[in-house]
Design a protein around this ligand. Sequence first.
Ligand SMILES: *[C@@H]1O[C@H](CO)[C@@H](O)[C@H](O)[C@H]1NC(C)=O
Ligand SMILES: *[C@@H]1O[C@H](CO)[C@@H](O)[C@H](O)[C@H]1NC(C)=O
Length: 218
Amino acid sequence: MKVNITFPILIVLFLLLDNGICNDPPRLQPISLPDMVSVGEKVITVCGVKVGSKPMTFKWRKDGSDIKNVPQVSVEVSEDYSMLSITSATKENMGNYTCIVENTFGKDESTFSLIIKAPPSWIRIPQDVKSSENKAVLFECLADGHPKPVISWMKNGNLIEDSKTGGLSEDSTNIFLNGSLYISQVKSHHGGTYTCIASNSVDPSLKSTASLTVNGKK
Ligand SMILES: *[C@@H]1O[C@H](CO)[C@@H](O)[C@H](O)[C@H]1NC(C)=O
Ligand SMILES: *[C@@H]1O[C@H](CO)[C@@H](O)[C@H](O)[C@H]1NC(C)=O
């Protein structure tokens, strides 16, 4: 019977493979890391093997390049693990880190991404606009940061709702996905101050105000 022959063969194969304690290619344990790190914080992470014959060599890369060129980073190597530390995280430490372990029989590698929290910073702020009626007006507002800042707008101190989210909406007024505020047909009642707010989960959030003057009136 076919089954009766296959089963013992599988057991013998399994024993042969399992017996290879002395020539195992390395396999890494999963690397654990905080989701997000703030600027100035310390980061310590360990890249350790769960199996693998000694001797093993460890290498670290960041975004594909040798880790040696990355500021604040130091590496300690032991027989079966390597520890990466960042003394005081900066924005430059954000990126993908790869730990590579190798022995005569093979290699394994593991990559994780390090996200550094950064408060919003301005790329572009709204400028004062003077317009006559029935013209189109665009207030630009753009901020950088991690996570990506969300832009919202106030008119004379009251929040303008996005047309997609409903609620209080100013006529002819749209907030574009890129954060710009667009008024398709300016009327005199559109005059006033417009404040752009850039916020993410990291303080402080930012505010910048510009005025819209219609036919000489704010
Ligand atoms: C890190 O990897 C992710 C996912 O593969 C990629 O989207 C991102 O651009 C990488 N970051 C850098 C700085 O290379
Ligand atoms: C945002 O999008 C609008 C419409 O596509 C464009 O006119 C404006 O220049 C964009 N602003 C920025 C800051 O990219």
